[in-house]
Design a protein around this ligand. Structure first.
Ligand SMILES: C[S@@+](CC[C@H](N)C(=O)[O-])C[C@H]1O[C@@H](n2cnc3c(N)ncnc32)[C@H](O)[C@@H]1O
Length: 374
């Protein structure tokens, strides 16, 4: 890419800018997965800047067309869209369904599958219809459209198997006392293999993930450092589900509305390459703390200061990225040096740029080097 990232890790790069302009720097057919959550067409203005609902579909189509171009034939585009009410009335906006139709009918995407993200921790809203008048139920489901460029995108649900139910566990232990192999009226052939332990159940397209990361180091550090936390983050488990199902290790994952870079963080932990584009430099600068588990608050403060005033030109030796609280202190201390990914077009399309490769990198280690731009 021509632009310089604000920061980069062993596996990914985070860029400040309009993602339409940044995507224009990417080659055709180069990205495996675009996972994103755009500003929603909500009635109330949010601090991250919404676009009016009426213009929303036209606006987001511009991004959809670019995503279609940069996706590989086997690639997927996962778009998380929150629901909304129309202004002043208890009737729902249809914007998320209009986006779905426009993307398929006008851009040429396939709807590989519609997913629904259920957030049981969501607070009741809108207050007028739900809390005060009590004439609508709590809205706690986002539509998550899984688009693909062709009818057969790369996908493997075996990578995201759900835990078996207690009943299924018992069935696996003792299949004969639970069922007799036969064809059901529904047409399902319940054969003897039904009781086989496959390590988990095929996941449903309803993902129940509470958005409660109140203990996360991102929030803790935002608080400690007096940073504005991003107001519309999704939980890391959401991108992680699609990254696992739709990509292989070392594939390229792009988030075009990166916010606090939850997608990049998930991709790093899952050993995928990643690119994150975000318009707001403050949000993207703050997102670096996701990768700085194990640094002192003073060190982080200094890094953030430099990222925010665009004067940094230094390299840090340790990034630790994990969904779990950091346990491996020893591993954190290990100095891992790895150059930028995709720093030139050649790098991006996977050719080895040997002058960038330094000794000492461990491709399987969870640690990585962080670089910040001048
Ligand atoms: C819903 S938030 C994404 C939050 C993100 N998923 C997270 O977990 O932090 C949408 C983001 O899109 C950014 N944005 C809006 N227009 C943009 C554009 N044209 N290019 C890049 N980013 C944009 C906003 O600044 C906002 O941070």
């Amino acid at each position: 890419m021509r632009s310089k990232p604000l920061y980069y890790t062993k596996r990914g790069q985070a860029y400040v800018g309009d993602s339409l302009e940044l995507m224009a720097e990417l080659p055709d057919n180069s990205v495996d997965l675009v996972m994103t959550s755009p500003p929603f067409a909500l009635r109330r203005q949010k601090t991250y800047g919404n676009v009016g609902e009426t213009e929303y579909v036209d606006w987001i189509k511009l991004f959809g067309k670019e995503v279609f171009r940069v996706l590989k034939e086997t690639g997927s585009f996962v778009l998380d869209l929150g629901g909304a009410y129309r202004s002043g009335v208890p009737s729902r906006s249809l914007y998320n369904f209009r986006v779905l139709l426009a993307f398929c009918d006008e851009i040429g995407f396939h709807l590989a599958e519609d997913f629904y993200w259920f957030n049981p921790a969501k607070l009741p809203s809108p207050i007028e219809w739900v809390n005060k008048r009590k004439i609508r139920a709590k809205d706690s489901v986002n539509t998550v459209w899984w688009f693909s460029k062709t009818a057969f995108p790369k996908a493997d649900v075996r990578k995201v198997l759900a835990p078996y139910s207690d009943r299924m566990k018992k069935l696996i232990e003792d299949p004969e006392s639970f069922y007799k192999p036969k064809k059901r009226p529904s047409g399902h052939d319940i054969s003897a293999g039904f009781g086989k332990n496959n390590g988990g159940a095929i996941p449903a397209n309803l993902l129940s993930i509470p958005n409660t990361d109140s203990n996360s180091s991102y929030l803790r550090l935002c608080e400690e450092l007096g940073l504005q936390r991003h107001p519309a983050r999704f939980p890391a488990e959401l991108p992680a589900f699609f990254i696992k199902m739709l990509t292989d290790e070392k594939d390229i994952v792009l988030d075009i509305f990166a916010g606090s870079n939850t997608t990049g963080f998930s991709a790093e932990a899952l050993n995928r390459k990643w690119l994150s584009f975000e318009l707001d430099q403050q949000y993207l600068a703050a997102s670096v703390i996701r990768f700085l588990e194990g640094y002192s608050v003073e060190e982080i403060r200094e890094i953030l200061f430099k990222l925010q005033i665009n004067q940094s030109n230094f390299e840090l030796g340790k990034i630790y990225c994990s969904f779990e609280p950091v346990k491996a202190t020893k591993q954190r201390r290990q100095h891992i040096i790895q150059p930028s990914l995709f720093s030139t077009e050649d790098d991006f399309i996977g050719k080895n740029n040997s002058k960038n490769v330094q000794q000492g990198a461990s491709p399987d280690d969870n640690s990585a080097t962080l670089h910040c731009r001048r």
